[in-house]
Design a protein around this ligand. Structure first.
Ligand SMILES: NC(=O)C1=CN([C@@H]2O[C@H](COP(=O)(O)OP(=O)(O)OC[C@H]3O[C@@H](n4cnc5c(N)ncnc54)[C@H](O)[C@@H]3O)[C@@H](O)[C@H]2O)C=CC1
Ligand SMILES: C[N+](C)(C)CC(=O)CC(=O)[O-]
Length: 319
């Protein structure tokens, strides 16, 4: 099967169907693709269909592509059946390097020649994952954000043995499929957004471990503060405005020295039992009795509201 033009893709395979694989399945179904999914867990199909059913009301509110339907999902018994007729493959298996290496090699062997295979990895460079594949030139990273059916961004990057044409094809395909793409020129562990998120997360864990802030305060500090700005203006331009009429130059002259202040801690905290328990208990407390399903519905509505308010609601994806 030759590599189709991105616009001509009709069938997508999703391998690994947990939180992210399931989210990709929901996204591709809503965009009008036929989706073939495989996951080795015995309860995977029931879990996946529950996830799609829970996401569908939000996707209907956003607007479905013509012909989009959950009935266009086929869950297969084997990996080979999932990918044998796929025109694009999205891998979303657990974040374990050896597992990713073996799985990507299996996918490479089972997927028709030339078809692009993307990994959802949240941090491994493709160079480290493509070591066992016979044709690594078509393997790319396509890093999504949870839930992939609502958050537009995908970070796309190849490894040392990836063809530039595969990276370009994947970027174009994701755009056709309704995503907002950053195509990275070079590999950076954690890509762009996770490198930033992890810095914030690391400091949050330090604060919980040291009793400096509660989970609830940490979350409010973002949702009532910088998070409101970040939904439409990133941290760079936001800080340029901190320099008043002098813009970023004045901001750097004024606040640059504070980069060396003790707020910036470079080492990750030890994730020991006490910190683990404090973070889990803090999240339970901050949930105020809401279940995970309640929080998912609340998050989905919140993301839709923000996209709508900032004029970024995606189109229905008619191709
Ligand atoms: N959870 C998140 O917020 C995000 C996760 N990711 C990435 O997505 C990938 C999947 O993560 P999650 O969905 O969170 O994990 P998950 O644990 O929810 O799902 C993983 C799924 O993979 C299945 N699986 C296990 N072994 C497998 C194999 N050999 N082949 C295929 N599937 C297999 C499991 O049965 C499970 O359903 C990881 O690479 C992760 O780094 C990326 C962005 C966000
Ligand atoms: C927690 N995580 C590192 C797996 C998160 C991501 O990779 C992206 C996201 O959804 O924030």
């Amino acid at each position: 099967m030759p590599r189709p033009a991105p616009r001509d893709v009709r069938t997508v395979a999703c391998v690994g169907a947990g939180v992210i694989g399931g989210g990709w399945v929901a996204h591709f179904l809503a965009r009008g693709y036929d989706v073939r999914a495989w996951d080795p867990a015995p309860d995977a199909e029931a879990r996946l269909r529950r996830l799609v059913d829970a996401a569908w009301p939000a996707l209907e509110r956003l607007g479905l592509a013509p012909g989009a339907s959950p009935t266009r999902l086929t869950v297969t018994d084997t990996l080979e059946e999932a990918v044998s007729e796929a025109q694009f493959v999205q891998e979303s298996a657990p974040e374990k390097l050896e597992l990713k290496r073996e799985l990507l090699a299996k996918l490479d062997a089972a997927t028709p020649a030339g078809i692009v295979i993307a990994s959802s990895t949240s941090g491994y460079p493709m160079t480290d994952m493509q070591t066992e594949a016979v044709t690594p030139g078509r393997l790319v990273v396509g890093h999504p954000f949870n839930p992939p059916y609502l958050i537009p961004l995908v970070e796309v990057v190849g490894g040392e043995h990836t063809d530039a044409a595969s990276v370009e094809w994947a970027s174009r395909f994701y755009e056709v499929a309704g995503k907002s793409v950053i195509t990275m020129e070079r590999e950076v562990p954690g890509f762009i957004a996770n490198r930033l998120q992890e810095a914030l997360w690391r400091e949050a864990l330090h604060m919980v471990a040291n009793g400096e802030a509660t989970v609830r305060e940490i979350d409010r500090s973002i949702t009532e503060g910088p998070g409101l700005r970040w939904a439409f203006m990133g941290p760079m331009l936001t800080f340029a405005l901190a320099g008043g009429e002098g813009g970023m130059a004045h901001m750097l002259d004024h606040f640059g020295p504070s980069l060396k202040s003790p707020w910036t801690r470079l080492d990750a905290p030890e994730l020991d039992r006490a910190l683990y328990d404090a973070v889990v208990a803090g999240c339970e407390d901050a949930s105020d009795g809401r279940t995970i399903a309640d929080l998912v519905a609340e998050r989905d509505q919140g993301v839709i509201d923000v996209l709508r308010a900032t004029g970024r609601l995606p189109g229905t994806g008619a191709r």
